[in-house]
Design a protein around this ligand. Structure first.
Ligand code: NAD
Length: 330
């Protein structure tokens, strides 16, 4: 049995990832979910696993050296999946101190503790450092980000994520920590906090409230269904080459406006025929708003044999239905 230590496991991707681990590896895995439970974390989504012998939730901060050291000394951890982060770009424009504390200093604390505890024996141990395509900066209409390109983050969130990656690179090169990194595009799916675009749009539609869209709504992101990301993360963790970085994406490029109109149309068809496109309200553009992101995924597809399985329409239907049935908007 392998023990996974997942930081930020009570967040959007973490919750999906832990569920995926139990679904795909069954009784062969044990998971320690280590999460500070900021406003973005919700322990309840994985409550059904609490009390079972292969799941443990620990409320903790990745800046807490003592607690991390105790856990790494006592728990026999094999794999680390580092997801914990401040993740919302809009919040980083209001106040970014927590972003640099958690995403950079917290990452350094985590890797320093692991290095201290693991330094005499790292055989078979592996760490997945989860970064984002936002660290590359922005693209114009054409082209894709390739792993060897320089990082050029344009907002405090992406700068803090780029800083976290620099820590990962340094701890790999200096101390030989068994780290492999990923840079994924925008995820969508169940369990995402309602401050993010898709759940916020669903919420506003259900309440007949205006849906704010930045600028002209033509900023482009690549949208990957979260379960495909979970499969990719586990694939890179288990089979990726240490020290390397892998892009993860779907090639499904969409404008913000397309996302919002897709949700509006779906809800109009299935829930409330009185909904109208008039709910869309264009607002002043976000500071430092990157025009377009798109990732080249040749490396993960060719070397690790991973490809996304869920197309945008199906993933979106699953997502919207989940929010309608399972989520209580605040
Ligand atoms: P999220 O905000 O939903 O979850 C983050 C989790 O981290 C929360 O549960 C929070 O309580 C926890 N956390 C925050 N600070 C912590 C700290 N100091 N110590 C311990 N736990 C802490 O974020 P998410 O969307 O699930 O993203 C997870 C990771 O994936 C992040 O590193 C993010 O940068 C990366 N990522 C996200 C996306 C996306 O589209 N959501 C895309 C690419 C990469």
């Amino acid at each position: 049995m392998k023990t996974y230590f997942v930081t930020g496991g009570a967040g959007f991707i973490g919750t999906n990832f832990i569920k995926y681990l139990f679904e795909s590896h069954g009784e062969d895995v044990r998971v320690i979910n280590y999460d500070k439970l900021t406003y973005a974390g919700n322990r309840e989504w994985l409550e059904a696993f609490e009390g079972k012998k292969n799941y443990r939730f620990v409320q903790g901060d990745i800046l807490d050296k003592e607690l991390l050291t105790t856990i790494f000394k006592e728990e026999g951890i094999d794999f680390v999946v580092h997801l914990a982060a401040e993740s919302h770009v809009d919040r980083s424009l209001q106040s970014d101190i927590e972003f640099f504390q958690t995403n950079v200093i917290g990452t350094r604390m985590l890797y320093q503790v692991i290095h201290n505890v693991w330094k005499d024996d790292i055989s078979d141990k592996r760490i997945l450092h989860v970064s984002t395509d936002e660290v590359y900066g922005e693209l114009e209409e054409s082209g894709q980000f390739i792993e060897h390109m320089p990082l050029h983050p344009n907002n405090p969130y992406s700068a803090s994520k780029a800083g976290g990656e620099m820590v990962a690179i340094a701890y790999r090169k200096t101390y030989g920590l068994p780290i492999v990194r990923t840079r994924c595009s925008n995820n969508f799916g169940p369990y995402q906090h309602e401050e993010k675009l898709i759940p916020k749009c669903i919420k506003n539609c259900l309440n007949h409230k205006k849906i704010p869209v930045y600028g002209d709504g033509e900023n482009i992101r690549e949208w990957l269904f979260v379960k495909d990301h979970c499969i990719a993360m586990d694939t890179v963790l288990l089979t990726g080459e240490l020290g390397e970085v892998y892009n993860i994406g779907s090639h499904q490029e969409m404008s913000t406006l397309h996302i919002v109109t897709t949700i509006l149309q779906y809800l109009k068809e299935h829930v409330d025929s009185s909904l109208s496109m008039d709910l869309i309200e264009f607002t002043e553009d976000r500071l430092g708003h990157d025009k377009r992101y798109a990732v080249d995924t040749n490396k993960i597809e060719t070397n690790l044999n991973w490809t996304p399985k869920t197309d945008f329409e199906n993933g979106m239907a699953v997502t919207i239905d989940w929010y309608l049935k399972e989520y209580r908007f605040r």
